[in-house]
Write a protein that binds this ligand. Structure first.
Ligand SMILES: [Zn+2]
Length: 78
């Protein structure tokens, strides 16, 4: 294996941490060095739980509008 082009494979104590927005965390073997953020995991996904999901995730348009509000506020302040 060419170590200078292949990323390290994190296992055991160095395994990559996965954080879901429901608060559930677990680790997976991965080449990713930073924590992985999920919007769904086996702990909260309706397929696994059999319950309707109550978590509301912000959509792209809501994020865009929030960003525009921040920009407008910065323009007014300047
Ligand atoms: Zn979850």
């Amino acid at each position: 294996m060419k170590t200078w082009i292949h990323p390290g494979y994190n296992t055991g104590d160095d395994a990559t941490k996965v954080v879901c927005i429901c608060g559930h965390t677990f680790t997976v073997n991965s080449t990713v060095a930073w924590p992985i953020k999920l919007e769904n995991c086996p702990n909260c996904h309706p397929t696994y739980t059999g319950k309707e999901q109550k978590i509301v995730v912000k959509g792209r348009m809501e994020k865009f509008l929030e960003k525009q509000k921040r920009i407008d506020a910065m323009k007014k302040a300047a």
